[in-house]
Ligand binder design. Sequence first.
Ligand SMILES: [Zn+2]
Length: 242
Amino acid sequence: MDIAFAALFGLIVGSFGNVCVHRLPRGKSLAFPASHCPECGARIRPLDNIPILSWMALAGRCRSCRAPIPWRYPLLEALTGTAAAAALWKWGPTPAAALGFLTAFVFLVLFFTDLETRLLPDTLTLGGTALPLAFGVFGGTDPAPFDALLGAAAGSGLLLFVLLLHYHVRGYYGMGFGDVKLMAMTGACFGFPGMIYPLLGSCLLALLVAVPFILAKGKTWHYPIPYGTFLCAASALYLFRP
Ligand SMILES: [Zn+2]
């Protein structure tokens, strides 16, 4: 029963997450104006703003202008609902569950901002780094404050090195500095050496997904791969490891 309530709470937070994905990379306020259709500007009525159900009832289209509403809306809501239920199941009714859920939520929002806009807003990456450093400790590895700091430094340092090396060899940036800050967040969450697992996982995911995608779609190797999306996926999965 508690788990069901947690999932419902997560669905509502996920609905807010969609606002974050749309507005943060565009530098817009999260609070104002009220939710509206980005195509026709029509205000979204409360009944059309119910997580997942409204999207299904509207068949994924705006009630006013029939513009398609991306499938990301119900998906992020469902994923956030699942994360809330998983956090309560894994950590029980503890502060660790709240911290774990909040961290998963930040990873989920960043997953989609990078996928859709190739941007990883500082508010989220730097906030997500500060959170585990300030409150420490959750998850199986329980990084001690020093380990969390070491993880953040080692992770961001490694990615910065790769970024600069790539630039030196090929003459353009293969990643953004947002990826470096995101790796600081992963490092702070899992500490050192725990961060190595999501780091390797993200490389494996990128290899398994991005390479076939580039080959299948006939893209060149200059295609901008959203590495942050893969790092967020690996980090969020590692967060809920048994
Ligand atoms: Zn509309």
